[in-house]
Design a protein around this ligand. Structure first.
Ligand code: ZN
Length: 348
């Protein structure tokens, strides 16, 4: 079979003894971006998983490795993409989200597909188009700290709910377009992103493996089951982004040299209800403009999310926040957190 890409190694049906004894050996065997194709009982259908888009998020790779090691036959053909293999292999292993000289691979799945990461993203999209899987898991991500699992998707319908329920009971629906692979669902292939928890959390590895097992072995993964009814759905979150010149610090007390200071344990707010009297951190009043919260349509809703009293930062209304990061680099290059209103009202 021709895959039309020298950028991705194609590895058909590796046996359990061919993938090494450890995840590290498995990655060394791959050496670079790889597609592992595992034939299923029904050869007429395929499902895809694209994992390791971020080199410091091992749970998806560990899950597929365990699946292969256990010699399990999937229900349909399984296509497993591993994106940032070289990044993960870079010492210390599973340390870099992306190498300093590279862009974030999961922001490259849209034109102009420039640079090494852009070309790899384009190659993955081309193969998906050619192989036409019936569903896609855009990665099984890990969060930087500890956090509960959830799924992210662009559409809320029965198929996306069914895919989500293979892994978790929490689903975010967002129309945000950032060049992430989960935007593949716009091609009418049900696509979900899974966030399975912290990179160092063994519980996250179990969520990843159990979900992959269900995704790979169930006859039908696109019809909701009665157990799916408990799904919590959070719609249209907004992101707090920081202006390029913003200085952020994590500290128990306000850092007078920083524009924004957050406590080191700020991740504890993940998915909890945060009332308006909970202080989130500190912002210098003259730095307020360096905080940006817009809807996907570009409407500024910052004053509906956050409120400054002197230099103390509070929610402007009761919120649910998630993917709060305590990593200053991610906060600046991506976003500091996502939020929805606690009553589910629209931010427009
Ligand atoms: Zn990730």
């Amino acid at each position: 079979m021709s895959l039309g890409s020298p950028l991705i190694r194609y590895w058909y049906n590796p046996s359990p003894d061919m993938v090494g004894d450890t995840v590290e050996a498995f990655l060394q065997e791959m050496a670079g971006a790889t597609l592992i194709h595992i034939p299923g009982r029904d050869r007429s259908r395929k499902r895809a998983i694209c994992t390791l888009l971020h080199g410091n998020e091992p749970s998806g790779t560990r899950g597929v490795f365990r699946f292969i090691k256990e010699g399990i036959e999937p229900a349909v053909d399984l296509l497993c993409f591993f994106g940032s293999v070289r990044t993960a292999l870079h010492e210390p292993m599973f340390f870099y989200r992306h190498l300093p000289e590279h862009r974030d691979l999961n922001r490259c799945f849209r034109p102009p597909f420039e640079g090494d990461q852009g070309r790899l993203a384009k190659a993955i999209l081309d193969i998906l188009e050619e192989m036409a899987p019936e569903a896609l898991l855009e990665d099984i991500h890990n969060t930087s700290g500890m956090g509960p699992s959830f799924a992210v998707c662009m559409k809320q319908d029965a198929e996306h709910e069914a895919l989500t329920s293979l892994f978790t009971q929490r689903m975010l629906v967002t129309g945000l377009r950032l060049g992430a692979l989960f935007e593949y669902s716009e091609r009418n292939v049900p696509t979900v992103t899974i966030e399975c928890g912290g990179a160092q959390d063994p519980h996250a590895d179990n969520i990843a493996f159990e979900g992959i097992l269900r995704y790979a072995t169930e006859e039908d993964v696109l019809t909701p089951q009665p157990a799916d009814w408990g799904l919590e759905v959070l719609r249209e979150p907004v992101r707090l982004e920081l202006r390029e010149d913003a200085a952020i610090t994590y500290s128990e007390a306000e850092d007078v040299y920083a524009d924004i200071t957050l406590p080191p344990d700020v991740e504890h707010h993940n998915f909890g209800r945060i009332s308006t009297d909970v202080q989130l951190g500190w912002v210098k009043p003259e730095s307020w403009d360096k905080l940006i919260i817009n809807t996907p349509d570009g409407v500024d809703v910052k004053d509906r999310i956050l409120r400054l009293e002197g230099n103390r930062l509070y929610p402007a209304q009761a919120l649910k926040m998630f993917m709060i990061t305590s990593n200053a680099t991610i906060a600046k290059s991506d976003c500091l957190f996502y939020a929805v209103t606690d009553d589910g009202s629209h931010l427009e």
